[in-house]
Design a protein around this ligand. Structure first.
Ligand code: NI
Length: 163
């Protein structure tokens, strides 16, 4: 079952806090490989487990020169500020400008359960924060002022009915 169906806003799982990953076995490795395939197929740079309907703290990412699997991710440090366009495969790629820190340090476990830390800047740092948010039931639109959020959701729903 390689390419999975991507869940879209407002499916419930996208708003739930994910369960921790506790088993680092072949099943997890297979799941991550499916997630990479699904992400590349959708031309995304990151994909979190809730986006394929799983309530799990897990994401995969391939953004700029950083390719990784992150289980139980946490952002443990941030610095500076950046303001640029951001989109999400679960919100039909409708983009919006989101203000976030310029740098971020990620702490997570790889597919073997080994903890690691990774620093990123700019777009890749944004991806760290966006995907970690997914594991906490937060979407990028939740960072927008209410009026802008409502406008974006309206635009997304309209686009959906065209499909
Ligand atoms: Ni997303």
């Amino acid at each position: 079952m390689p390419i999975r169906k991507i869940t879209e806003y407002p499916e419930k799982v996208l708003g739930e806090v994910g369960r921790p990953v506790t088993k680092f076995d072949q099943e997890l490795a297979n799941l991550c490989s499916d997630m990479f395939e699904t992400m590349y197929d959708a031309e995304g740079v990151g994909l979190a487990a809730p986006q394929i309907g799983l309530n799990l703290r897990l994401f995969v990412m391939d953004c700029e020169d950083i390719k990784l699997i992150a289980a139980n991710p946490e952002i443990i440090a941030t610095e500076g500020e950046q303001s640029s366009q951001e989109g999400c495969l679960s919100v039909g790629k409708v983009p919006a400008v989101v203000v976030r820190p310029q740098k971020a340090r990620l702490r997570a476990q790889n597919e073997k359960g080994e903890w690691f830390e990774q620093d990123a800047e700019g777009y890749a740092a944004r991806a760290f924060m966006h995907e970690t948010d997914h594991c906490n039931g937060t979407l990028f639109i939740d960072h927008l002022p209410k009026m802008r959020r409502d406008m974006l959701v309206k635009k997304f729903k309209k686009e959906k009915t065209w499909k």
